[in-house]
Design a protein around this ligand. Structure first.
Ligand SMILES: [Zn+2]
Length: 276
């Protein structure tokens, strides 16, 4: 079956589930680029000229594992007042939280860890009670420094709960967590940012996390976003990943692009995003 939100990769099914949209102004999406250069190229935008930036988690079944990649923005947040739709979309897909065996966290920004934990009458707990949560140790250490915990509500809310739950796995480097599901370090956006390579036979897909926030980052790879921790490293990582993806015709799964599945196509010295 092929829909806008679903692809088959060998015996694996890739399904994207939405947590709604962010609205981000062009000057934040493209750091140091004058608005009159970037704004005319942005699509789709709202009535204030802000880009509508989806958040789409990826769900795959690999053997007896059900793996969720990133967890949206969650309940109402300073960034967006209304609740996200991720849990409702999982329910619509016939998935209960207890069915999920693994949660891969590409990085610990608010829009990727929002449903990592939930609060009920007993306090806060992991949303997915039977899952192992995978994050790089580098990422975890960075965001659990006292000054980060104090400054960033999302990490203060979720990371200590995950840490004490016994469900958090923190391997660094390149690691295969399930057959054909390999975590790859792609640092720069954050220190421990990761992408995920998914292979089934000869077919390969890559969940790119926040290598890009918009297809324009393919056309202008040096137009990094304000959200990159290390702009230069993020740029070099973006180029490296897109060069490899274009050369090998890897199916890309984007968290933030208007359409989730696509290819990186060489376009002069840069690339373009081709939805598929
Ligand atoms: Zn993001």
């Amino acid at each position: 079956m092929t829909t806008e939100h679903q692809r088959e990769l060998g015996a694996k099914t890739l399904l994207t589930v939405s947590d709604g949209n962010l609205r981000i102004g062009p000057e934040r999406l493209f750091k140091n680029i004058p608005r009159d250069q970037s704004a005319p190229l942005l699509r789709p935008v709202d009535e204030r000229g802000q880009a509508l930036v989806p958040m789409r988690s990826l769900l795959i079944r690999a053997g007896n594992r059900l793996i969720l990649f990133d967890t949206g923005l969650g309940h109402h947040s300073p960034i967006r007042p209304e609740d996200g739709t991720l849990l409702l979309e999982l329910t619509s897909a016939g998935i209960r939280p207890e069915d999920v065996t693994d949660v891969i966290i590409s990085h610990a920004h608010a829009d990727h860890i929002g449903w990592a934990t939930v609060e009920d009458e007993h306090g806060r707990r992991p949303t997915f009670p039977n899952a192992r949560y995978w994050m790089s140790a580098t990422e975890f250490r960075h965001w659990t420094q006292p000054e980060q915990l104090e400054a960033v509500a999302a990490v203060r809310t979720h990371l200590p709960v995950l840490s004490t739950s016994g469900q958090l796995e923190l391997p660094d480097g390149e690691v295969e967590i399930a057959p054909g599901v390999r975590l790859l370090p792609t640092p720069g956006h954050t220190p421990g940012h990761r992408s995920v390579l998914i292979a089934d036979g000869a077919q390969v897909a890559l969940f790119t996390g926040d290598i890009s926030h918009h297809p324009l980052h393919y056309e202008k790879p040096n137009w990094g976003s304000q959200f990159d921790t290390d702009s230069d490293l993020a740029y070099r990582t973006r180029l490296r990943v897109l060069q490899q993806a274009a050369a090998d015709r890897i199916l890309l799964v984007s968290y933030h692009h208007p359409t989730p599945f696509g290819h990186a196509i060489h376009n002069g010295a840069a690339f373009r995003w081709q939805p598929v």
